[in-house]
Ligand binder design. Structure first.
Ligand SMILES: Cc1cc2nc3c(=O)[nH]c(=O)nc-3n(C[C@H](O)[C@H](O)[C@H](O)COP(=O)(O)OP(=O)(O)OC[C@H]3O[C@@H](n4cnc5c(N)ncnc54)[C@H](O)[C@@H]3O)c2cc1C
Length: 317
C-alpha cells in the first residue's frame, strides 16, 4: 500500500513534465507512491515513468479515455485510489488537474489542497492566495487528501533507477454525462508555455496583434522560446489566442529566462511569472512595476530595443 497516488499528466501519449514535479512532492511527503496513467495508447508514458521509484504504475488504457473528459478520468482516479489505498491523491495544477481533481475529492469525501507550492512542518501544505501575495499554510482535516501541485515551484524529480511494475486497471466509467465534440488545438512549432526553458511575453505596448507577432516571433526564434502574453493582449487582439495568457487567470510559468516586452507588470501578471529564474524587462516607462521584479531592466522603446537585443544575442553566440 502506497501513501500517495500520482495521476500522470500526458498529452497524445507524451508525458508532461509537470508530472515529475508531482513525483518530487511525493518524495518530500514520503511513504512511497504509486502512479496512475490514464489515456488511450499510453503504454509509452507508463514505461517512461518506470525509473522514478513508484511502487506500482496503474494503467487505464482504453478508447474511452482517448479524448479527455473529466468524468472518466475521475472514475479511473477513484478506482486507482481504491486499489492503491493511498492517503494523498496528487496531480498537476494546470487546466488538467483543475478540472478533474475537485471531482475526485467530491467523490471520495477528501479535502482538497489546490495549487500546493510546498510543505510546512506538521503535515501542513503551502498554497498561494490573493494572486500570490500571501502564502497560506493549510491543513486538510480529512482522512484522504487531494492535492494539485504547482509544477513551477518544484524541481523535476530525477530517475532513481529500478523498474516499477505496471498493472492494467479496469475502470467502470458509468454513464458519462458529457460528450466529446472536438478539440481545437493551437498549432505551434514552439514549446509549450509551461514546459519551456525560455518564455518571451508581450504586452499592450506592442500596439496591435500583427505588430505583436512582428516583434515577438523573431525574439522567440532566437531563444527557441515559448511566446506568452498579458490578459490585456489576449482579450483585445484576435491574433493572440487566450491560451497564451500568463498570470493569475492564465498560465503560471517559471522558466529559466522570462523576457517581458512592453508589459506594465500588474500584480495579476506577476502572479504567473515572478518565480522565473531570470527576468528581463523592456519598457519605455522607468516607473513600470515590472522593473520591481526584473533582474535586468531596459528602459527603452520595444520597437527599437528588441531588434537590437536580438542582434546582440546572435553576435554573442
Ligand atoms: C481578476 C483579474 C485577473 C487578471 N488576470 C490577469 C492575468 O492572468 N494575466 C495578465 O497579464 N493580466 C491579468 N489581469 C489584467 C491586469 O490587471 C492588467 O490589466 C494587464 O496585465 C495589463 O497588461 P499589459 O501590461 O499588457 O498592459 P498595460 O498595463 O497597458 O501596459 C502596457 C505597458 O507597455 C509599455 N509600453 C507602451 N509602449 C511601449 C513601447 N513602445 N516600448 C516599450 N514599452 C511600451 C507601457 O509603458 C506600459 O507599461 C487581470 C485583471 C483582473 C481584474
Amino acid at each position: 500500500m502506497a501513501n500517495i497516488l500520482i495521476v500522470a499528466e500526458q498529452s497524445g501519449g507524451e508525458l508532461k513534465k509537470g508530472t515529475l514535479a508531482a513525483v518530487q512532492l511525493a518524495n518530500q511527503l514520503g511513504g512511497g507512491f504509486d502512479v496512475l496513467v490514464v489515456g488511450s495508447g499510453v503504454g509509452g508514458v507508463a514505461t517512461a515513468l518506470q525509473g522514478y521509484g513508484a511502487g506500482k504504475i496503474y494503467v487505464a488504457d482504453d478508447a474511452v479515455f482517448g479524448n479527455y473528459l473529466a468524468q472518466p478520468f475521475k472514475a479511473a482516479t477513484v478506482a486507482a485510489a481504491e486499489a492503491s489505498g493511498a492517503k494523498f491523491i496528487v496531480s498537476t495544477a494546470g487546466t488538467f488537474g483543475k478540472d478533474f481533481l475537485p471531482r475526485v475529492a467530491g467523490a471520495i469525501g477528501a479535502g482538497m489542497v489546490a495549487d500546493c507550492v510546498g510543505l510546512a512542518e506538521g503535515g501542513l501544505f503551502k498554497r498561494p492566495m490573493y494572486a500570490g501575495n500571501i502564502i497560506a499554510t493549510v491543513k486538510a482535516n480529512t482522512e484522504r487528501v487531494v492535492i494539485s501541485v504547482r509544477a513551477s515551484e518544484f524541481d523535476n524529480a530525477s530517475p532513481v533507477g529500478g523498474e516499477s511494475p505496471i498493472e492494467a486497471l479496469s475502470v467502470d466509467v458509468g454513464d458519462v454525462a458529457a460528450r466529446f465534440v472536438s478539440f481545437d488545438a493551437t498549432e505551434s512549432e514552439r514549446p509549450e508555455l509551461t514546459e519551456a526553458d525560455v518564455v518571451v511575453s508581450g504586452g499592450r505596448g506592442l500596439k496591435d496583434g500583427p505588430t505583436f507577432w512582428n516583434v515577438m516571433n523573431p525574439l522567440a526564434d532566437v531563444f527557441s522560446a515559448a511566446v506568452g502574453a498579458t490578459r490585456a493582449v489576449v482579450d483585445s487582439w484576435d491574433e493572440v489566442p487566450n491560451d497564451m495568457q500568463v498570470g493569475q487567470t492564465g498560465k503560471v510559468v517559471a522558466p529559466k529566462l522570462y523576457v517581458a516586452v512592453a508589459i506594465s507588470g500588474a500584480i495579476q501578471h506577476l502572479a504567473g511569472m515572478k518565480n522565473s529564474k531570470t527576468i528581463v524587462a523592456i519598457n519605455k516607462d522607468a516607473e513600470a512595476p515590472i522593473f520591481q521584479v526584473a533582474d535586468y531592466g531596459l528602459v527603452a522603446d520595444a520597437f527599437q530595443a528588441v531588434p537590437e537585443f536580438i542582434e546582440k544575442v546572435k553576435a554573442a553566440r
